[in-house]
Design a protein around this ligand. Structure first.
Ligand SMILES: Cc1cc2nc3c(=O)[nH]c(=O)nc-3n(C[C@H](O)[C@H](O)[C@H](O)COP(=O)(O)OP(=O)(O)OC[C@H]3O[C@@H](n4cnc5c(N)ncnc54)[C@H](O)[C@@H]3O)c2cc1C
Length: 329
């Protein structure tokens, strides 16, 4: 057993939350520091008046028995609902009140400090000290623990370590630097009537401009009809990333027009700088582990950058890292 008495986790996305749950079962004192106002990370919900939109991940799937058991327990609690079967015949599950339903409930049972962006980390005498800047203040807060888990997209973890003057083993750093992500632009639009998107209310498009079109009312999370989410292709995101928001919205709505049967009343957009990893950690290594761990530094990293671009993969990465921290080296 490693000497993991306390652990700070940066990020309350699915990987950080499931890592925390696992560690707490073994009496490790866990503090999660999250820069946003809520839990979920890329499992995100936006509201526009009464309309509810899943703005990031749209559904979750399961391939692994351990994660399937989790999903079954969430199904029993009514926190996730089956939506429809995808092309590989695996069920696509949605959060009953949007994709944040499960992360918000898990987060409520943990010690999560919201609206606290981690700005600096330091490691001295086998202790991590983590500095945060609570949103809307000029003050700094400090937390200490003997382990640190980082679950932000990997380039952001490396930037934070670099800015804090923390050096990793050279080979590890080179491998971590190879992890790369796609970008995605999202438009959430309220229509003046039913979207007309055929049952089940979603289309995987693989279009030059659009990759996904989904109706949040058909999905059962928005009480208002005609509440749609559009995700762009990575190519479109790269081209339009720095264009004015209005231009991005208009181009994506024009591409969606042939598929929808009502007019747009209002639309907003979001830019995802790290939507899904295209290259994961040590991708080509035969004994690849779905996380990064440095026992000497009492440092771990987890998330989809270590296991693949899906909620399940990110969640398992967090759980496996927590198990590795608790296991003999
Ligand atoms: C547009 C889009 C569509 C997707 N669609 C699907 C889908 O349909 N199905 C699917 O399975 N997956 C989908 N994914 C992928 C899925 O959302 C991710 O793989 C998964 O949610 C990643 O979880 P994570 O815990 O690794 O990271 P994240 O969810 O990104 O969590 C990291 C957390 O760290 C926080 N953080 C970062 N830096 C700091 C800091 N300095 N201080 C404090 N907190 C910090 C962030 O705010 C965030 O909450 C999609 C992703 C996107 C963006």
């Amino acid at each position: 057993m490693t000497d993991a008495e306390s652990c700070i986790i940066i990020g309350a996305g699915i990987s950080g939350l499931l890592a925390a749950q696992h560690l707490m079962r073994y009496d490790v004192e866990v503090t999660i520091l999250e820069k946003s106002r809520g839990c979920g990370g890329r499992m995100a919900v936006k509201k526009m008046g009464e309309s509810v939109f899943d703005s990031g991940a749209q559904f979750m799937t399961t391939r692994d028995m351990i994660f399937r058991e989790r999903v079954e327990s969430w199904l029993d609690k009514g926190e996730v609902l089956p939506w429809y079967q995808g092309p590989l015949k695996n069920m696509r599950y949605v959060g009953s009140k949007g994709m944040t339903t499960v992360p918000e409930r898990i987060g409520a049972s943990l010690n999560v400090m919201l609206s606290e962006r981690v700005t600096k980390v330091s490691f001295k005498k086998k202790k991590w000290t983590v500095t945060t800047n609570p949103h809307g203040t000029k003050e700094n807060k400090k937390y200490t623990a003997n382990w640190l888990i980082m679950t932000a997209p990997v380039p952001q973890n490396l930037e934070l370590l670099d800015a804090s003057g923390i050096e990793l083993d050279y080979d590890d750093e080179m491998e971590l630097k190879k992890i790369s992500y796609l970008r995605c632009l999202t438009v959430m639009a309220q229509l003046n009537g039913p979207s007309g998107i055929p049952n089940p209310g979603a289309m995987d498009l693989n279009h030059d401009v659009l990759r996904w079109l989904g109706d949040n009312s058909a999905k059962g999370i928005s009480p208002v009809e005609g509440t749609i989410t559009l995700h762009s292709s990575p190519k479109f995101a790269d081209t339009y990333w720095d264009r004015p928001e209005e231009e991005r919205i208009q181009a994506m709505l024009a591409a969606a027009k042939p598929f929808i049967k009502a007019d747009v009343v209002e639309a907003i957009s979001h830019r995802w700088g790290f939507s899904d990893p295209v290259r994961i950690y040590r991708e080509k290594h035969p004994f690849r582990k779905p996380y990064f761990i440095d026992d000497e530094m009492q440092l771990g990293m987890a998330g989809d950058g270590f296991n693949g671009p899906r909620i399940e993969a990110a969640g398992l990465s967090g759980m496996d890292l927590a198990a590795a921290i608790l296991s003999p080296v």
